[in-house]
Design a protein around this ligand. Structure first.
Ligand SMILES: [Zn+2]
Length: 210
């Protein structure tokens, strides 16, 4: 009989720990800001997430993000959904390499490559911090990531929009992506075939991490 209270007592820390873990899981899956929505196959059909800054496969050689989730403004997601439907008809799926980028990530990237020709210095606002920019690649129908002109953040001549220095098939894919993005209302930049912005990106403020 005297054991019962002891058993009840020893369960309390476990129950507390369970509640704590649930709260932690809830917090980690919450949006970092009310202006940002998570990109999922529900709002961008067929999307393949390969968030490079959540992996070691980036210029810092270590994960910067706590998880592989992609966050963007509603307007950006809405237009990406159009792109995704357009590409699906052509047998492709969108791959996301980066989306909204918090300031701490921009700082980490700058520390790895402090070169204003390729990256925005931390004292300026990167377009990615506005939730209006996205780094993309292409996958086939099965989700297999396809060869494109260069790797993400590969800062050389293959990354620019002159695709004459890459195999014809690869150049064709990069143009398919570019045409689909332009048709949906995005603009690109000449030196990075993977980077796209909402055309009116300058009207949106930066979103800082809380
Ligand atoms: Zn970019």
């Amino acid at each position: 009989m005297r054991l019962k209270p002891l058993v009840a007592c020893s369960l309390q820390p476990v129950a507390f720990l369970t509640l704590f873990l649930r709260a932690t899981v809830f917090l980690s899956s919450a949006s970092p800001d009310e202006r940002l929505l998570e990109v999922t196959p529900d709002n961008v059909p067929g999307v393949v997430l390969e968030m490079r800054y959540a992996m070691e496969r980036n210029i810092t050689r270590k994960p910067i993000y706590p998880d592989g989730k992609a966050w963007l403004r509603r307007e950006t997601i809405h237009k990406l959904a159009k792109v995704s439907r357009n590409l699906e008809e052509k047998g492709y799926r969108l791959v996301i390499w980066d989306a909204w980028r918090p300031a701490y990530a921009q700082k980490a990237l700058w520390a790895a490559k402090p070169d204003g020709r390729f990256l925005t210095p931390p004292n300026k606002i990167s377009r990615h911090m506005r939730g209006t920019s996205v780094d993309l690649s292409l996958a086939d129908k099965s989700g297999k990531i396809l060869e494109m002109p260069s790797d993400h953040d590969e800062f050389n001549a293959k990354a620019d929009e002159d695709f004459s220095d890459v195999p014809k098939e690869v150049a064709k894919r990069a143009r398919v992506l570019r045409n689909a993005m332009f048709a949906a209302g995005f603009s690109g930049v000449p030196d990075e075939w993977w980077h796209y912005d909402l055309r009116d990106w300058a009207n949106y403020e930066a979103i800082e991490t809380k």
